[in-house]
Design a protein. Structure first.
Lengths: 312, 446
């Protein structure tokens, strides 16, 4: 509101001034300055996000040879493919399972870290963030060696207990387990840091009041912590869901979609169809399928956030 | 405003003088008189092999007065395929781009016809094999030139000692260095028996069942040796035939003797299998042997590269060529063609083969007996039969003879290994065939 008052005051003064000063006024407005400051980012988004997005929409309407407009023909073709529906199912299993575990682990560990006093907490925070700051292509290679079909360090260790060998990447169940595990390992620190920040912003008085009312630790979490963190939980979940759904590197490096396509996600299958099989329009179509699924999730999650915002 | 008129006499005199000056003037050629040429080469895995390419290009550039720039593009994570896709879309990029097997057909509309390069090269170096024609020719038009760097046969590389001990097969006697093979008994049945014996002896054959090229190439050669085609040359789906059923039955029996984690193998897994001493045979070019020579010399000393077993329809070996293509939108096509002729000369090819330790393979019939393959070791002569010097195998690529744009999808979607694995994991033969048929129907898009 303060911004509007200032604007109105300036407009009132400018009414009697010469025409030349109106340009200066326009440029002097906070909103104009803000626009110019964000302009580089807007241009960047136009160039790197919107243009490719619309271009892929255009590509998705072409035939395989990219010489003819086929409208929604590629989409109807995909609907008839068994592998496509398998990829839809697998992407949902992968994203939902991974996000749930990341959120759960992030939440629990954030509480542990929150309760560590001062200096030590900083060390733990730093150490726990390590998986998130290592480029995933690199860390996934290390995981690949741990899961290696023939020389798995995990299998070597398990052999001492008379267990295994487990075909980590060769059987559908274990392959899905492995790619989800690596994604959880990589993404949990993001939840941890967000939840830790949220925990720190919960006023101590609320816990004190709850303690006076005789609340146990579980009731404090349920009636104080969780309601205070709801918005953060919703936003991080949405953000992570988008990133996890669009995951490429982990699956590509660990399984390349195998065995028998049972770990393919939208991005890895789009790459296989579009780049490796030279069917770019169909590849574009596959990757575009993430948009409606994520849009529905975004609408639900963000609607809830704004509702709570209005209530507040 | 006065205007000076040029008389006919003045015009003739001026023209004659200019012509005389042009003809008699000394020919001054600048440092880069023939323009610029931009090249994208495959980044060779053998240390020093890129330098050989650079030297050959520079030697040509100095002679032809062309300014060249070379980018070495790794094949890791499909960087070459991505580069080709991007350049074909943008209609801009390198003048020459080295591309893997299926790409000349994939970008046939964007490639300059190279008949004027290929025809003299065939006269000079001998006929090219059928796979090269299949992958690089379209309607009588040569789309690309077979590149020696990177081209390979993925035949068996056996452990001499383990094959002798467990399968009672002397691979050196079967494929003697310096003389023609005596491999009449080296059939699919013998191969299966050997696989079983070695597996029982604790050294299974290291053949992948994954979705990467090594796995698919082996499956392709096995299917072809039974005459099994998922899609024939005319583009008809031929999944439910006796030949495919026969090949599937055989493949299932073989799968039972392979390592249990073979379905998750990538192109590095078989190399590791051999180098670690865990297996008696892999299907690979000599890269695994070359690494073993460095890291596990006791294993390398026992390695012998040789021909593929024969099936009822012949002896097929997986051949995976690289190609040099010239974009039709390239800026210096004539210089590009001239360079490709230079890089395909016998001396250049000999250099490529030599610096790659025998890994690189020319596609020309007259160039399969170079001294590098005879001399490489230990053991001496281990690579002698790698280039199929006596032309006893049909060099082929999985999914052929289907039209290349369909075959490329069968190949990269690993339909052959997947259908075999489905069958081996409990689906009935008819279920696996029905699945493959459905997949092939999907590949018919144009």
């Amino acid at each position: 509101m303060a911004d509007v008052v200032v604007e109105q005051g300036r407009v009132a003064r400018a009414a009697g001034a010469r025409k030349g000063s109106s340009l200066r006024n326009t440029l002097g407005r906070k909103s104009t300055v803000a626009f110019f400051l964000t302009l580089p980012l807007i241009l960047l988004i136009l160039l790197l996000v919107l243009y490719p997005a619309f271009y892929s929409l255009y590509l998705a309407t072409l035939n395989k040879a990219m010489t003819k407009f086929v409208g929604l023909g590629n989409f109807t073709f995909l609907f008839k493919r068994e592998t496509f529906w398998m990829v839809v199912k697998q992407s949902c299993i992968f994203a939902i399972t991974a996000v749930v575990f990341k959120a759960l682990i992030g939440f629990i560990v954030a509480h542990f870290v929150h309760n560590i006093p001062g200096k030590k907490q900083r060390k733990w925070r730093g150490m726990l963030l390590v998986p998130w700051v290592i480029p995933p292509a690199m860390s996934t290679l290390a995981w690949l060696w741990l899961f290696d079909p023939s020389y798995s360090a995990f299998n070597y260790t398990l052999s001492f207990f008379g267990v295994g060998p487990i075909p980590w990447l060769g059987e559908t169940f274990w392959a899905r387990f492995s790619v989800i595990l690596v994604n959880v390992w990589y993404g949990a620190p993001f939840f941890l840091i967000m939840y830790l920040a949220a925990l720190k912003s919960v006023p101590d008085q609320l816990y004190e009041a709850a303690a006076i009312d005789g609340a146990n630790w579980w009731q404090k979490i349920w009636y104080v912590t969780l309601p205070m963190m709801r918005n953060i939980i919703a936003i991080t979940t949405l953000f992570s869901l988008i990133v996890t759904f669009a995951n490429f590197d982990i699956v590509r490096i660990l399984t390349s979609g195998g065995p028998l396509d049972t770990t393919h996600l939208f991005a890895t299958w789009a790459f296989q169809v579009g780049i490796q099989s030279s069917d770019i329009p169909l590849g574009a179509c596959v990757s575009l399928f993430m948009v409606p699924i994520l849009a529905v999730a975004a609408v639900f999650i963000l609607r809830d956030v704004s509702k709570r915002g209005n209530e507040a | 405003m006065s205007r000076k008129r040029l008389t006919r006499r003045q015009f003739v005199a001026a023209t004659a003088m200019s012509s005389a000056a042009l003809i008699t003037a000394p020919y001054v050629r600048g440092a880069y008189a023939a323009g610029k040429l931009s090249i994208g080469f495959w980044d060779h895995w053998v240390p020093g092999a890129n330098q050989a390419s650079t030297d050959l290009v520079n030697e040509w550039a100095a002679k032809e007065k062309v300014e060249v720039s070379i980018d070495y593009i790794t094949s890791n994570n499909k960087k070459i395929e991505l580069t080709a896709a991007a350049e074909a879309q943008a209609k801009s990029g390198h003048d020459i781009l080295q591309m893997p097997s299926w790409w000349p057909h994939a970008y046939s509309e964007n490639l300059e016809p190279l008949n004027d390069v290929m025809e003299p090269l065939i006269k000079q170096n001998g006929e090219v094999n059928g796979t090269v024609k299949y992958l690089a020719q379209s309607g009588g038009k040569w789309l690309a030139v077979p590149a020696t760097p990177g081209s390979q046969i993925k035949g068996p590389c056996s452990r001499i000692d383990l094959m002798k001990k467990y399968a009672n097969i002397d691979v050196q006697e079967m494929y003697p260095a310096g003389s023609p093979p005596k491999a009449d008994n080296w059939t699919m049945d013998t191969f299966l028996k050997a696989a079983e014996a070695c597996q029982k002896g604790g050294f299974p054959f290291g053949i992948g069942l994954g979705e990467t090229t090594d796995s698919v190439d082996t499956a392709g050669a096995i299917f072809q040796s039974f005459g099994a085609e998922l899609v024939n040359a005319k583009g008809d789906i031929t999944v439910k035939t006796d030949q495919v059923r026969q090949a599937m039955e055989y493949y299932k029996k073989l799968i039972a003797f392979l390592p249990p984690d073979a379905p998750s193998w990538d192109d590095a897994s078989n190399n590791k299998w051999l180098i670690s001493g865990r297996g008696a045979l892999i299907m690979n070019p000599p890269s695994a042997w070359a690494v073993a020579k460095r890291d596990a010399p006791q294993v390398a000393e026992q390695c012998w590269t040789h021909g593929f077993p024969a099936g009822p329809k012949g002896r097929f070996a997986p051949f995976l060529p690289y190609f040099w293509g010239v974009w039709s939108f390239g800026k210096n096509k004539e210089a590009a063609k001239s360079l490709l002729v230079h890089l395909s000369s016998p001396s250049a090819i000999e250099k490529f083969v030599s610096v790659s330790g025998g890994y690189d393979l020319p596609a020309y019939a007259n160039l399969t007996k170079l001294k590098t393959w005879a001399e490489e070791g230990p053991p001496k002569g281990t690579l002698f039969h790698y280039p199929d010097p006596y032309h006893q195998q049909t060099l082929s690529i999985a999914a052929s003879p289907a039209p290349p744009k369909i075959a490329q999808q069968i190949y990269f979607q690993a339909t052959l290994t997947k259908m075999g694995l489905r069958f081996a994991r409990g689906e009935t033969l008819e279920q696996a065939l029905a699945w493959a048929e459905g997949e092939c129907e999907g590949f018919m898009r144009s």
